[in-house]
Design a protein around this ligand. Structure first.
Ligand SMILES: Cc1cc2nc3c(=O)[nH]c(=O)nc-3n(C[C@H](O)[C@H](O)[C@H](O)COP(=O)(O)OP(=O)(O)OC[C@H]3O[C@@H](n4cnc5c(N)ncnc54)[C@H](O)[C@@H]3O)c2cc1C
Length: 382
């Protein structure tokens, strides 16, 4: 695709996000569900196949374009952005690792938005500590039998397909984990929705119980020994697009608050003409520029195949925390008006709490930054 065609594609994604998604998001934040036509429209823009090769029906772009789309969609609604990107990620994983028959069977439904999909690691007893995953996969005849429970999964409440991480050998620890493609309409799968104080409808959080679920042999998508390494690489990429989503949300909040300052008057002047009122916006703009630079560097490293563990982790920590610092201040800068659901601020503030947990809780990521930054301790001169 030419640079011009790429720009036109991004313009169409922006138009979709800023009109359709942003307008519906207020109702989603109050508990309404996105209707199927939103997924069909997202599919029409190619959003479920951003990184899927064109010969398999995708758009054929790379990681950098996924990051841009994540930022654009999250500026309108973080939950919808996460939902779309998570289905995209399963389409990409199948395009890389699945046997041809599995690709042929499932890719068309994923790319057309008819089926959503999820990556299922977390369990009621295993969140940050992935070694505690208790879902088991036992080899049986011509396939596998899965038992266990997954919870807090994006798209979990409506996913047609789940990439389930399950333990194949309890004595092998993390290297015993395999990644299995589970058809969520199979016998033995019971899905449930998870709601919270922050509406979870557009992100689709849910869980499922797996009871004696039969999985054919060719649905072992990433085998034990490779699955843990593969998912850690994916999570590293996810930290970067989550950072980009936080940039998108802070950008949208700034845009909203700034526009409001041009229309609302207090004490005989527009809010924007009060020096003290502008200071909060200036501080947020400065941090937005800093987190965009960190995110761009992490994106560049991944796109070039360089080690991006430190850059990705730092980008995610900084972007989440910048959002958490500035969103309450920007919300306050709009007075009571900021709380209305048709503005993005309260919704994005809630979403930032989710961003702080997804793809590595920030508290744990800081420990990782300390380890990765200075791996060797200089020996003091004798
Ligand atoms: C909206 C949403 C969507 C999600 N989507 C998915 C998904 O699609 N797929 C999926 O598999 N999972 C998903 N998750 C789960 C997410 O990955 C977990 O919430 C995350 O890994 C943290 O696990 P936990 O919530 O069990 O917290 P815990 O691991 O129980 O941690 C609780 C708190 O203790 C802290 N903590 C834990 N260990 C340490 C330590 N050693 N030192 C210091 N502090 C520590 C953590 O930082 C956290 O603040 C989602 C979560 C949310 C909220």
């Amino acid at each position: 695709m030419t640079e011009r065609a790429r720009e036109l594609w991004l313009d169409r994604v922006r138009e979709f996000a800023q009109t359709r998604v942003a307008q519906a998001a207020a109702a989603w934040s109050l508990g309404a569900h996105p209707s199927p036509d939103f997924y069909a429209d997202a599919a029409q823009q190619g959003l479920f196949g951003i990184e899927v090769p064109t010969e398999l029906g995708g758009v054929g772009f790379g990681f950098a374009e996924k990051v841009l789309v994540a930022e654009i969609l999250a500026a309108a609604d973080f939950g919808f952005a996460m939902s779309v990107i998570n289905t995209q990620n399963i389409a990409l994983r199948l395009s890389i690792s699945a046997p041809d028959a599995v690709k042929k069977r499932f890719l068309p439904d994923l790319l057309s938005g008819r089926t959503s999909a999820c990556t299922a690691l977390t369990e009621p007893g295993a969140g940050s500590d992935l070694a505690a995953v208790a879902t088991t996969a036992k080899s049986s005849g011509d396939g596998w039998v899965l038992n266990g429970e997954k919870s807090w999964i994006i798209n979990g409440r409506h996913a047609g397909l789940a990439l389930v991480f399950a333990q194949t050998d309890k004595t092998a620890g993390l290297s015993g984990l395999g990644a299995f493609l589970v058809d969520c309409s199979s016998d033995g799968v019971t899905r449930y929705a998870i709601d919270s104080g922050f509406s979870q409808t557009s992100i689709g959080t849910g869980g499922f119980v797996l009871s004696e679920v039969q999985v054919e042999r060719d649905k072992l998508i990433v085998p034990p020994g490779l699955a843990f390494r593969t998912i850690m690489e994916e999570i590293n990429g996810a930290r970067v697009y989550v950072a980009a989503m936080c940039c998108g949300m802070l950008d949208a909040a700034l845009e909203t608050a700034t526009s409001y300052g041009h229309t609302r008057s207090a004490f005989g002047r527009k809010l924007k003409d009060h020096q003290a009122w502008r200071q909060a916006l200036g501080e947020a703009e400065t941090e937005l520029a800093a987190i965009k630079a960190l995110t761009a560097e992490a994106t560049r490293r991944i796109a070039c195949g360089q080690d991006a563990r430190l850059a990705a982790t730092q980008a995610k920590i900084a972007a989440v925390e910048a959002g958490q610092r500035h969103l309450p201040v920007l919300l306050h800068a709009m007075g009571a008006e900021g709380l209305r659901p048709e503005h993005c601020l309260a919704r994005h503030l809630g979403a930032l709490q989710t961003a702080a947990l997804a793809d590595g809780a920030n508290a744990l990521l800081k420990q990782q930054v300390a380890k990765l930054s200075r791996p060797t301790i200089p020996t003091p001169e004798a």
